[in-house]
Design a protein around this ligand. Structure first.
Ligand SMILES: [Zn+2]
Length: 538
């Protein structure tokens, strides 16, 4: 056999093997879509050119990763409408819809670090209704300058970037070199470490030195003005605040964005130190409502305050720095971990500055929006798309109810702080949080979370009142589909005075000392339960 034939046959065998291996993996990955852990992402080094006039993007992502399973095939993702030009030195790959299947080289071992550079280009999906559906937003400011934003929590970062794009793995650092037409500014996460001017373009290099979830990697382009400010916390730590706003809004923003200091003061009080001091804090004006982009919060709420006197978008999206960006859910099905805590944080902001009764008013406004139609936990492994807002409002009320059940604010607030300490910069599951809260509060909370997160119904406090020797007797129980659910609930045991009862599966009886019982009720400003008068049981 000549050397050439030998070499050719080896090549054919190798390709055949690769093809079969890829086919096997495709079938396998179709059957088990969530299994992608042959690698662990370490860092992304992204170069991206954004061209507003053609709506084209082009660039590369150099992905460094740790090998977990040598000999395995690793899966990356890129939207099928974007062209993958190459991976490094002609590493062969196969694309199946949004998946890019790459064979790990033969000679690597577990624990080795590799990097693949993905070169790509194309026209990314345009958002119809950002940030809800996701994609690029190509707009112009009032002077006709290009103004570009991007949000991708729903559709995923692979809509614009070749990456691993799962919620259960995050790069520990990201460098993003954003090239934009001259005169515009490109803004992304972390710190601006370099600016390069060429004849027609400017390149802004941003560096994030903390773990960041994929949908948080941000692209903003505009004729921005920069407002530089800082915040010093009670321990004397200085946090840089950079506000990138449209030139027209410079003076408005300078006043309005002072709110971010009030936000930081309140949230550091409740949840502990802002989780990304090294990367700074930024607000960037975007042509869509808002998004929690880590250390680069997207702001597009027209500088409007709500009736409580604060800008909901600044407070909510920044609250996500603690719940979503520092503490991240492992699977999108557990997104309540992001939205429930953050929505609840809004009422804590109100409590901090305007007092408890205003906070209750704020919460009651949220309560009116609860639907109770779908469970708050979605389908695991499916990148679940939520179709209602219960993970926001009902989730906030689940936490508020838990505070009512614990009835010890010192313990409750210490628990919130410790939750942030324990899971600082970590990826977690609902189960872990359930367990943590049960341990900390010394309550058996599994049935409680089962009820509120995994069923759509509220528990019903069923009651009726009978007379015995001139005294009113209250008969009550908690009706629910979850076995073993038991909740301490505040009710009117005396006239205009609330006291705790503990309601569970079984009927219980207690005396009511007051005569007029027509107004018997559970404390609705503290508990999300249904109260129902039923006919007396014989
Ligand atoms: Zn949110």
């Amino acid at each position: 056999m000549s050397k050439f034939i030998y070499f050719a046959s080896q090549l054919i065998m190798k390709n055949l093997f690769l093809t079969f291996a890829l086919m096997a993996v495709c079938l396998f990955s179709l059957a088990f879509p969530a299994k992608e852990a042959s690698i662990n992402v370490l860092s992304y080094d992204i170069s991206l050119t954004v061209n507003p006039s053609t709506k084209l993007i082009s660039g590369a992502n150099n992905i460094s990763f740790l090998v977990l399973k040598p000999g395995d095939i690793c899966v990356f993702k890129l939207a099928p409408n974007l062209k993958l030009i190459s991976i490094d030195n002609n590493i062969s790959f196969q694309r199946i819809q949004e998946r890019i299947l790459v064979n790990l080289p033969q000679n690597v071992s577990k624990g080795d670090t590799l990097s693949f550079k993905f070169v790509y280009e194309g026209t990314p999906q345009v958002a119809k209704n950002a940030p809800w559906d996701g994609g690029f937003v190509w707009q112009q400011d009032s002077s006709g300058n290009p103004w570009v934003g991007m949000a991708c929590e729903g559709i995923g970062a692979h809509s614009w970037l070749p990456c691993k794009d799962t919620w259960d793995d995050e790069p520990s650092s990201v460098t993003l070199r954003l090239t934009v037409p001259k005169g515009l500014i490109g803004v992304s996460n972390g710190r601006l470490v370099q600016t390069e001017q060429k004849e027609n373009t400017s390149t802004f290099t941003w560096q994030t030195n903390n773990p960041i979830n994929h949908y948080n990697i941000a692209i903003n382009v505009g004729k921005y003005a920069l407002i530089k400010d800082f915040y010093i916390n009670e321990k004397g730590d200085t946090l840089s605040l950079d506000f990138y706003v449209l030139k027209d809004n410079y003076s408005k923003a300078k006043t309005h964005f002072q709110q971010s200091k009030r936000m930081l003061k309140a949230f550091e009080h409740f949840f502990g130190k802002y989780p990304f001091y090294e990367d700074g804090y930024k607000l960037v004006e975007t042509p869509y409502w808002g998004m929690e982009h880590q250390s680069c919060v997207a702001y597009g709420n027209n500088y409007e305050n709500n009736s409580f006197g604060f800008d909901f978008i600044i407070i909510h999206e920044s609250g996500h720095e603690w719940f979503a960006n520092s503490i991240t859910a492992q699977d999108k099905a557990d997104m309540w971990l992001h939205e429930s805590f953050t929505t609840y944080s809004e009422s804590l902001f109100v409590e901090y500055y305007f007092g408890k009764s205003r906070a209750i008013q704020y919460l009651l406004n949220q309560k009116a929006k609860i639907k109770n139609e779908l469970p708050m936990i979605g389908k695991y492994g499916t990148h679940h798309q939520f179709t209602d807002n219960d993970i926001y409002y009902k989730g906030a009320w689940m936490l508020h109810t838990l505070r009512g059940m614990i009835d010890n604010d010192t313990l409750w607030f210490n628990t919130l702080r410790d939750l942030n300490k324990k899971y600082y910069h970590q990826i977690i599951t609902t189960k872990e949080v359930e367990q943590f809260l049960s341990e900390r509060t010394r309550m058996k909370l599994a049935p409680f979370f089962e009820q509120y997160l995994r069923t759509s119904n509220l528990p019903v406090l069923e009651y009726y009142i009978t007379k015995k020797n001139e005294l009113n007797e209250l008969h009550y129980r908690l009706q629910s589909s979850v076995k073993g659910l038991e909740m301490p609930i505040l009710v009117t045991l005396a006239k205009d005075k609330f006291d705790f009862i503990t309601a569970g599966d079984n009927w219980k009886i207690i005396d009511l000392p007051y005569e007029d019982v027509s107004n018997f009720r559970a404390e609705e400003s503290k508990f999300l339960v249904q109260t129902k008068l039923i006919s007396p049981k014989k």
